[in-house]
Design a binder for this molecule. Structure first.
Ligand code: UGA
Length: 431
């Protein structure tokens, strides 16, 4: 099939590469010329495990193309997927969907035969209806269906998730569109297509993210409780997670959820709930507590070094989690900003997110080339993301280069016994 993907961000790019890998002919377009030029050369514009090899392979096979122009691509496509960004905008108290609406207008002009328009971006409930209306108004003769297929890929394991989906939610009432969507996913071996109404599909996406964010918040509060009463949150989470009704996933405590999705999806859902008179008190509490966690964690770091004059912090992990270079709403970056505001000297390191972090932190911190350079002369080493390489540091080497042997492990990844052997004091979360 011929597929056109609009938007080459984390979602659009992954979808384009993976659908090409399934054998479809894919064109991915983006307005940013520099991005398209890099992708045409086989250079990945984001960090995503396994995506680089698939990008090059599918460019070479000519199943995957990149472009900046819409006209020809829409005319040839059976399915058009809209995967443009919908950032949260404070003024609107919701998603800024202007990108989706202008793309809808543009596509409409070039629809010359039946097309399925898929909304992949995370959107407010009712967006598919609006897109349908825009296309009808722009081109009254256009023959098309607008379908909601929300994205459930996780950054860092997006390729794995694409080929091993737990469910593919398809919001449509159109039998014609259903057949085309079935055909599009036919080469995918493991698939579970679930057909719903468009609005249910749109709700499933934000409800899933809000539920997972709530689960993370729950275990974070449980970690705080364990610290007060002397339990171990890792043991508690394990014991709870064995109950299938609870499940083991998303019970890892940390500095709070972040990224391009949970923070904006929870806020957008809470705000829409309020507007329509169905308030989400629980989600509002989660949002507030998650934001407060940043200040609380910065304070925890400062109290670990309260007896040291002008302490120097080695901060490891800047993206919102490991496995990605995405620093949007990163708890790590926000905690660094809190520390800087308090006049603390910070030296940072992240295996892949230094470039993105620099756009936010600018020249306010020192950028190290690795964990050891960051730790040189440090009074405390902070672990903010769960990169595997952080688990296997050379503690003998570190114990010789730090100024004070203190560790603050926000993700419970460090082997405490090992650090104690080297004379470190190791503070973990919820134990
Ligand atoms: C999330 C969803 O998991 C995807 O299904 C969805 O497609 C995506 O948002 C999206 O809407 O596009 P992602 O943002 O990549 O994916 O990140 P997650 O792995 O879900 O983690 C979200 C946040 O929760 C991170 O800050 C992570 O560190 C935190 N988290 C997660 C915890 O603190 N503890 C956990 O046990 C799990």
């Amino acid at each position: 099939m011929n597929l056109l993907v609009i938007g080459a961000g984390y979602v659009g790019l992954t979808m384009s590469v993976c659908f090409a890998e399934l054998g479809h002919s894919v064109i991915c377009i983006d307005k940013q010329k520099s991005k398209i030029n890099a992708l045409l050369k086989g250079e990945l514009t984001i960090f995503e495990k396994d995506l680089d090899k698939l990008l090059v392979k599918n460019l070479q096979s000519k199943r995957l193309k990149f472009d900046i122009s819409m006209k020809k691509s829409v005319e040839n496509a059976d399915v058009v997927m809209i995967a443009v960004g919908t950032p949260f905008e404070g003024k609107l108290n919701g998603y800024n969907q202007s990108g989706i609406y202008s793309v809808a207008k543009e596509i409409a002009r070039f629809i010359n035969k039946y097309r399925v328009i898929v909304i992949k971006s995370t959107v407010e409930v009712g967006t598919c209806d609006k897109v349908e209306q825009i296309i009808k108004e722009t081109n009254p003769k256009a023959d098309f269906d607008v379908v909601s297929i929300p994205e459930f890929l996780r950054e860092g394991s997006a390729v794995y998730d694409f080929f091993n989906p737990e469910r593919i939610i398809v919001g449509t009432g159109s039998p014609r569109a259903k057949d085309i969507i079935k055909e599009l996913h036919k080469p995918l071996k493991k698939k579970k297509l679930v057909f719903t109404s468009r609005r249910s599909s749109e709700i499933i996406k934000c409800a899933s993210n809000a539920f997972l964010a709530t689960k993370v918040h729950f275990i974070n509060e449980m970690a705080d409780f364990c610290e007060k009463v002397g339990g171990n949150v890792c043991e508690v989470a394990y014991g709870m997670g064995l109950d299938k009704r609870i499940g083991r996933e998303f019970l890892k405590p940390g500095p709070g959820y972040g990224g391009g999705c949970f923070p904006k999806d929870t806020k957008a859902l809470a705000s829409l709930g309020k507007r329509v008179g169905a308030s989400f008190n629980l989600i509002e509490t989660v949002i507030c507590a998650n934001e407060n966690r940043i200040k609380g964690f910065a304070q925890k770091i400062l109290s670990c070094v309260k007896d040291i004059k002008n302490p120097k912090v080695a901060f490891l992990g800047l993206a919102f989690k490991s496995g990605t270079d995405d620093c949007r709403c990163s708890p790590g970056v926000d905690i660094v900003l809190e520390l800087i505001n308090k006049g603390v000297k910070v030296c940072v390191y992240d295996p892949v997110a230094m470039k993105n972090a620099k756009t936010i932190l600018k020249s306010s911190v020192f950028y190290a080339k690795d964990e050891y350079e960051a730790a040189k002369g440090a009074d405390i080493i902070v672990f903010a993301t769960e990169w595997k390489q952080f688990k296997f540091l050379d503690w003998t080497k570190l114990s010789k280069i730090v100024n004070n042997k203190i560790i603050f492990d926000m993700r419970n990844i460090v082997d405490k016994q090992e650090t104690l052997k080297h004379g470190f004091e190791c503070c973990k979360i919820g134990c």
